[in-house]
Ligand binder design. Sequence first.
Ligand code: OGA
Ligand code: CA
Ligand code: FE2
Length: 505
Amino acid sequence: MTDEPTEAGGTTRTTSSSGSTASGGGASPRPAAASSERLSVPKSSVCSRSYFVVVMVFFHVYIVNVIALLLYVHYSSGQEDAGPPGRDAAQGEQQHQQQQARSQRLPSSTQSLRDVSLPRVEGVRVGHVQKLSLVPNKVHEITTLSLKPLLFEIPGFLSEDECRVVMQLAHLKGLTESQLMVQDGQEELAKELNLSPEEIFNLLDINQDGQLQLHEILTHSRVRDGIWLTPENLQEIYTGLKVDKDENGLLSLEEFRLLSADAFQRFLLQRGVERSQLVRNSRHTWLYQGRGAHQVLQDIKERVTRLTRLPSTLVDLSEPLQVVRYEEGGHYHAHHDSGPVYPETACTHTRLAANASTPFETSCRYITVLFYLNSVDGGGETAFPVADNRTFDEVCLIQNGVDLMDTRRNCEKSNLRVKATKGKAVFWYNYLSDGKGWVGEQDEYALHGGCVVTQGTKWVANKWINIDPDYQRQARYQQLVSQQPEDEDEDEDGLTLHFDIHQEL
Ligand code: OGA
Ligand code: CA
Ligand code: FE2
């Protein structure tokens, strides 16, 4: 790539220099002489020798310019195409060198694996229905719910019996609190980032007016130590810590300095926290789905593989099934199941295969398949606040005190809500495609949450399919867990076979 402009520039220079040489260089004395002669020559001697010379010189200059222009157009368009015939030797050599440089960046052994292209189910348009046979004697209907994120619904994905077995197995194993009351760790991250209060203030001050409005703080700090902050909570904290001296609901830099992370935490601990104030108010457990697991769990995994059309290796190597139970009053505020893609981020599932340790580790869940194991009597829908929102902007998630991510208060303002109905499954892509058949950027529109359960209990299960957006890391990880020489035993998907790593679960 970097060589191409030089090449094009070189061609341009050739064109202009050939023009200037002809007119200003060796040919200049003649036109000058000719023009003075021409003035003195009467019209009748138009066929004189000097007049002929002048005409011929201009004619040649013109021809040379046209040829140069044609050559320039020919070469510069030839460079943009992948490989048109008729390229000269120098250019061919240059292309060859570029290709070599590119392949040196990728280890040759994994390059063949790069041919793998992850299929994506097509959404076509909202309301589009696709029929698919996932189990014998049954046709499932897959309805597109939104295109941003790419989201589908499949009624009756699980049978009543399957729902019952999954809930019983989870019950047997025992569920644990999804979120503990007080968490730490955020403090360490802030230290690691090494930001001064001024720097943080500037980052938070979205409209750069030198004041922090409530929503500017909440956009980035809605979650403090696992606690969900509402605008009223924040106001209460300001009052409790006496930071907002002029009580105008805005913080100046001086006032912001008083709002240290320590003070924040001390205040929350002193005041006490209720379960309803947590980000996630539920209990959950994990069920292994590999060889030796209950047949229903293996069947579900198999069905998910068919539904997503992904290589079975990827589904097998993904997290176990997560079963979640919400009591009445339970909720899960809007969140992403997966983290954003930055060069320094490592995925939890491929961490072993990553070369360097990194402070940023995140779940890389390409797809979420969410199953409803019971029909909820009241509330408990899954909300997608910004699904198919044409004018989505992170800043707009809190407006006029309405926080669209708050699923206890504002679920009805979400763009899309899915009713919790026994046996139904929804699935969506948490990442876009990179356009080359692999995982691309995080899909910001995949934001979702569980609305508060107003009556009864709610049981769901999550099947996450983990794929590292860094192709090389995913390939290395698969080699590692397969413990086989990398070129052996490739299945029809081109991905190396492996034994199951979740056996101990
Ligand atoms: C989750 C989740 C939604 C729901 O468990 O990650 O988003 O409706 N659940 O329970
Ligand atoms: Ca501001
Ligand atoms: Fe989720």
